[in-house]
Design a protein around this ligand. Structure first.
Ligand code: MG
Length: 319
């Protein structure tokens, strides 16, 4: 066999065996300039879905639903949204909460996709966050699958306070995990990326900043804030998004949602859609008929679930 044939055959086999195995294909992620990059230093765009608050939708937190989202929806990332604050969430039910989150983390590792460990809080709980993320980094930092999101959506805290908090939590993670990507929240529900862009965190590697959009509420003016941040070389990750209003309700604005998707594609920004839940609201993707463990039929999906699955499959090249 000629050497060129051997090279072509090995390239083919490599593609063949890693298709549908995103972590095998892309490996350890890092941040170069404003891009999320894979083990070869190539910019990479992740696309996937977020589970709803674990304290309200624990039934979906299992490895089988992760497998379904990876295989049938084509997600290469899922986000485990660990509720922090409401009654029955992390602060007063720690062991059970960690068990739920770990079911999704382990499901993602087993199914070879990436997973975001999301501290789903609207307020600062610094000591608890440091303790939790140190535990996670110690246990999962060696897995290339894991991404840490240390503050879902700050509401009333200034960037100055969020920045101070973030530096402390980043230090707690970096003590055990020198390299996995960390997502940092922005003030006002991840809307104020322009403020962050003027004063990013310095001295740590592999950090990105989150922007959240709900397309019927957030439109061109938020994308312009994003453009400003991009012009300053700020790495953006859209860790939560969807097509309806910011309340999670109201009609889906398909045109604006598409505008966002185009914007993210042009800028190679990874995005996650909200959420795997069965509440009677537009943003919940599932109906109460949906099984805990995936295998969802079209009639188990709500409008937002049908559209999100379609978008994800397209991103994965399945359709
Ligand atoms: Mg690591």
């Amino acid at each position: 066999m000629k050497i060129i044939n051997i090279i072509l055959l090995s390239l083919f086999l490599n593609t063949f065996y890693t298709q549908g195995q995103p972590v095998k294909e892309h490996g350890q992620l890092s941040v170069k300039g404003r891009f999320l990059t894979d083990q070869n230093g190539e910019p990479l765009m992740l696309s996937g879905v977020s589970y709803g608050w674990h304290n309200w939708w624990p039934r979906f937190y299992n490895g089988q639903s992760v497998k379904w989202l990876a295989e049938d929806w084509g997600c290469n990332v899922v986000r485990a949204a660990m509720g922090v604050g409401p009654k029955g969430s992390y602060l007063d039910r720690r062991e059970w909460s960690v068990e739920k989150i770990e079911a999704v983390i382990n499901g993602a590792i087993k199914n070879d996709i990436y997973v975001i460990i999301d501290w789903h809080s609207h307020d600062i709980h610094e000591n608890e966050a440091k303790e939790f993320f140190a535990e996670m980094a110690k246990k999962y930092g060696k897995h290339p699958n894991v991404i840490y999101e240390i503050f879902n959506e700050p509401v009333k805290d200034s960037w100055n306070d969020i920045k101070k908090y973030s530096i402390e939590v980043i230090k707690a993670i970096r003590e055990f995990d020198p390299d996995n990507v960390i997502l940092v929240g922005c003030p006002h529900w991840d809307q104020d990326i322009h403020i962050v862009a003027d004063s990013p965190i310095e001295g740590f590697n592999n950090l990105m900043y989150t922007v959240h959009f709900y397309a019927a509420t957030h439109k061109q003016s938020l994308r312009e804030r994003g453009d400003y941040a991009i012009s300053k070389g700020i790495p953006i990750f859209v860790s939560e998004s969807a097509g309806m209003e910011a309340s999670g309700n109201g009609a889906i604005n398909y045109e604006e949602w598409q505008n966002w998707i185009e914007w993210m594609k042009i800028n190679k920004i990874s995005w996650v859609s909200w959420s795997v839940a069965d509440k009677n609201e537009t943003c919940s993707m599932l109906k109460p008929s949906a099984s805990d463990f995936g295998n969802w039929e079209k009639e188990d999906l709500k409008e937002s679930g049908i559209k999100t699955r379609e978008l994800m499959r397209k991103m994965a090249g399945l359709d």
